[in-house]
Design a protein around this ligand. Sequence first.
Ligand code: DGT
Ligand code: CA
Ligand code: CA
Length: 581
Amino acid sequence: MNVTNADIAAIFEEIADILAIENANPYRVRAYRNAARVVRAFGGDIATLLESGRELPKLPGIGQDLAAKIREIAATGTCALRQRLRRQVPPALVELLDVTGLGPKRVRLLYHDLGVETPEQLLQAAGEGRVRRLHGFGVKTEARLLQALTSRIAGEHRVPLAEAALQAESLVAHLRDCPGVSEVDVAGSFRRMRDTVGDLDFVVAARRAAPVMQHFLAYDRIGEVISSGPTRASMVLQSGLQVDLRVIRRASYGAALVYFTGSKAHTIAIRKLAREHGLKINEYGVFRGERRIAGDTEASVYAALDLPWIAPELREDRGELEAAAEGRLPHLVERDDLRGDLHAHTRASDGLATLEEMAAAARADGLEYLAITEHSPSLTVAHGLDGKRLLRHIDKIDRLNARLKGITLLKGVEVDILRDGSLDLPDDVLARLDLVAGAIHSHFDLPRADQTRRLLRAMEHRYFSILAHPTGRLLGQRQPYDIDIDAVIDGVRRRGCFLELNAQSQRLDLVDTYCRQAARQGILISIDTDAHSPADFGNLRFGVGQARRGWLEKKDVLNSRTLGQLRKLLHRCHRHAAGSA
Ligand code: DGT
Ligand code: CA
Ligand code: CA
């Protein structure tokens, strides 16, 4: 048996899901979710380690009971608790959790009050208007569920970018191993850094296609081959993600990359432009009559249309062709422009590592500063810190800073924005911090006017610095809460505070279009990991991808500033409120 860390983590997630549906103690649910995260973040392959007769190392939050379960799963591929839980609820109930907008609480209500067990039954109940009558649902929720279910049943299943990246990279490595292959790229929405991808589109350059096809079809994680021809193939990986492959001659590689990177809207627009130039463009090149005039590189394709190369993240037909023609393409922010990260947790709240470990990991990833922003007391399931604990924590940060080299820790907090827009910690505590990130973690269902007022009121607080994960969406799990985004962005501008682009793979919040809207108004955006473990700093690149889709330049990004500049900006943000109060 070949049990991966991801398999073990998935079983813990399933246990947590079922326990949550059964309304188990939230701490118990949290313990299994935590275990899933720890296992996923673990550096080595746990099953291999145990098989070789070694001991499971001490892992944060993993006591004897969980450790025993890890051993049981590594050896058998499952565990008794999971088998028992599976007998307690209808199997499709867990599937319902995958429907966007449904959490355990809602699944439980649907099951108990309406007898709904499957997505199909839910579709029927929603279609008949029975869902809106349940406590906490309403007409709008019902309509959203209907939409999510319809696209789901139509087979539209999208995978978060970070999850797709793991699978893409492994297949890229496999294809590069094939003799005769000179180029491998993942095109499509993946290359455009969309937050989710429908499938992966591989483009490979090779002189002969046959050996590449053979090599591709020998990949060991194939679930099912859908189709295969001399230069193209499609398959579904064991994970369920579809992969399309196209093999192309080196001379056409740039044209193929443009074509398969899309977006469809962008490539339709450049084909139209080509016609206006008396040219024809397809995946093999740019042609004047029968003669090919460009196509070996992407730059040559755009140059044939008198355009500079356009970054994939911009290729959505949102004005990039006009900007390119007028020489005003943005100089998009890059990962290396980031000097720090302003949102991270440690074991003091719900993180997995110590202050020292997080600092070392951030430094290893090239960061010069890292804000430690634990949760505040009302978030009990995340072990939020009350004022007294937070003050002790920041003293600890001060002492650590005195001996840290190469990185500075900033003292922050991720303070809960309460239902009425007040902050979950007293002023005299907030005054001691370098920055205050405010976020919503409860009451997601307030009416738009109330939710908007709640955010505006929170940011009026004199110590408020950054609005963290501003819309609260969780990909595949939770819709953004209902707010007047124009009013919120305008509020941030007037208040002189900052917006976060949270780089967690399920969040990527603020999304691209709102980033662009905010930056146009001169608002600085902080691209943060919200790291809970050392490996999470790797997510910065996905945050940067979303920022680039939002046309952000280095100058638009708060954490591209030096520590000195940042401190001034944060300080000005306080004074601003004091002045306007
Ligand atoms: P996805 O997979 O839903 O996340 O989105 P994409 O953009 O990766 O779309 P996909 O996989 O259907 O196609 C990959 C690229 O191939 C797409 O971005 C542009 C190109 N493409 C596919 N079908 C067409 C088409 O019918 N017309 C044009 N112009 N381009 C196409
Ligand atoms: Ca695709
Ligand atoms: Ca495709």
